[in-house]
Design a protein around this ligand. Structure first.
Ligand code: BG6
Length: 507
């Protein structure tokens, strides 16, 4: 895990041929190329980095580079803004663009892989990274062909790595099968399974805050913590991804990966060292300790929701069933709320409530640690029932930072209390360069640091954690409706109310 903002001791990544499969897709245009540009801006790429787009459409090298440039200048401009307000710099882009080329090829044809080999031979280094920014149905097909064509064979002077995007499988069985396929043609140390949440500075900061400040460890357990809430609220709908989302739903899309990453960062034990295996081992352990609910408990402890027509940003928006490529009677969930328990020494008895949804009232990803109440005896004469419990809120996005909700005495006669906030906002302390979140991940992959990537057991344990819900829902696909612009259905509130708790406000 590399701290890119302190550039002083960070060296440029080694020369490499970086193949982008799915070169015409959204991920490449919106995130990967802006990230590569930002890395160029920060002097973190070697001049021997060659970027090779791979896809089935015909286009020249120059045409491909120009298409990327045009897109970034218009659609992804905010991702590459310089602090002085300047957008894509012509000089910097030219430095990157001269190293961009393109291979037209079918992912299923041997000739494509022969062309890739030629590209590697033409570079001064044998290092190569194959980034699979493709539809998931191609993952095993491409990897098998890379293996069969000998492109994954490493030498002491040349690494060969594969980056796999999500979704990594759609349940425990498919994730295991995909892992088995990858591991049949390469070793674990060549595989970089991406979860873009791990590229977020604020997510990485959870580890630093917990393990570099002695204070936190003293209360980070079931003696002091009442429960934990993890929220990833979005205002966007399914946009153009109706056909993908219909078969996926909010649970598969967000839980086993992004929300469980947040849960793991909050709940894992301190690793013995900050190496990739130690960190990933602890994360796998804590996610593996999620209690497997019985089908009845899984139903009781989960809520599926779907948005109907409403408002977003002051404008009317259609309901999920009216979106393109969505069935008029779809029961796919666009919102999910879960209660999970972690059965280990530190967390036994502490519920973790997780929720995520599209078309909610505000964009807000945060973790709230809710502490047990103080003994109130000495404030018998105050209206203690109106005091809020103490919370530590870790805001992942937007307005990144951390806030403690505490009680303080209101000035004046009498003993009156008020809620106050003790906070740290990222923007007040650090000069934050615009970024896509992929900069650290790309750089770490090029430099061989797997800390922020998922190991096979991390992925499989994530799916194990949601499998009871997937199984329970197979028999009952009812969804609770909520209006676009609201924070999920009433049933999600009832889930916490049954335990005498409430969700914190979103936004
Ligand atoms: C993606 C999901 O992995 O994460 C999307 O497929 C979701 O549905 C996105 O919108 C959320 O990411 P972020 O970084 O905007 O929180």
């Amino acid at each position: 895990m590399t701290q890119l903002s302190s550039k002083s001791n960070v060296k440029p990544a080694p020369p490499t041929t970086l193949f982008l499969f799915g070169a015409h897709g959204d991920l490449v245009k919106r995130l990967l190329m802006p990230a590569l540009y930002n890395l160029t801006r920060d002097g973190l790429l070697d001049d021997g980095l060659r970027i090779v787009g791979v896809d089935h459409n015909a286009i020249s090298d120059e045409g491909f580079a120009k298409k990327l440039e045009d897109f970034i200048r218009t659609e992804a401009a905010s991702k590459v803004q310089h602090p002085d307000g300047q957008g894509l710099s012509a000089d910097l882009w030219a430095r990157l663009a001269k190293n961009i080329s393109y291979v037209q090829g079918d992912f299923l044809e041997d000739s494509t892989y022969e062309a890739l080999e030629q590209k590697i031979l033409a570079n001064s280094t044998g290092n190569a990274v194959f980034y699979l920014a493709t539809a998931p149905r191609f993952f095993s097909e491409v990897v098998q062909r890379l293996g069969a064509s000998g492109l994954l064979k490493e030498t002491p002077d040349a690494f060969r790595r594969v980056v796999i995007e999500k979704p990594f499988g759609s349940d425990v069985d498919t994730a295991q099968a995909l892992n088995a396929c990858l591991l049949s043609v390469m070793s674990e140390k060549q595989i970089y399974r991406i979860d873009h949440y791990l590229g977020k500075e604020t997510v990485q900061n959870i580890l630093v805050s917990r393990f570099s400040n002695g204070l936190f460890e003293s209360f980070w357990n079931n003696h002091y913590i009442d429960h934990v809430q993890i929220t990833a609220a979005e205002t966007v709908g399914v946009e153009t991804r109706g056909s993908f989302y219909e078969n996926t739903g909010a649970l598969r899309d967000m839980l086993p990966n992004h929300l469980f990453q947040l849960l793991a960062m909050v709940a894992m034990e301190p690793p013995a060292a900050f190496g990739a295996d130690a960190v990933r081992g602890e994360k796998a352990k804590v996610v593996g300790a999620i209690r497997p609910w019985s089908p009845e408990d899984a139903r009781k402890n989960s809520v599926r929701g779907q948005y109907t027509a409403g408002e977003s940003g002051g404008k009317p928006v259609p309901g999920y069933r009216e979106e393109n490529n969505v069935a008029a009677d779809s029961t796919t969930e666009t919102f999910v709320a879960l209660k999970v328990m972690i059965d280990n020494w530190r967390w036994v008895g502490v519920p973790f409530y997780l929720r995520t949804g599209k078309r909610m009232s505000a964009r807000d990803t945060e973790i709230a640690i809710c502490f047990k109440p103080a003994p109130y005896a000495q404030f018998r004469d105050t209206e203690v029932e109106r005091l809020k419990p103490n919370y530590l809120r870790i805001r992942i996005q937007p307005n990144e930072g951390m806030w403690f909700d505490l009680q303080a005495k209101r000035p004046g006669p009498g003993l009156n209390m008020a809620n106050i906030e003790l906070g740290f906002a990222y923007k007040d302390f650090f000069e934050v360069q615009p970024s896509t979140g992929y900069e650290t991940l790309i750089y770490d992959c090029l430099t061989g640091d797997q800390t922020l990537f998922q190991r096979a057991d991390n992925i499989e344990n994530g799916w194990r954690g949601v499998q009871p819900f997937l199984d329970a829902w197979q028999e009952n696909t009812d969804v609770h409706l909520y209006k676009a612009g609201e924070d999920g259905p009433q049933a999600a509130k009832d889930l916490l109310a049954r335990d005498g708790r409430v969700w914190l406000n979103i936004g």
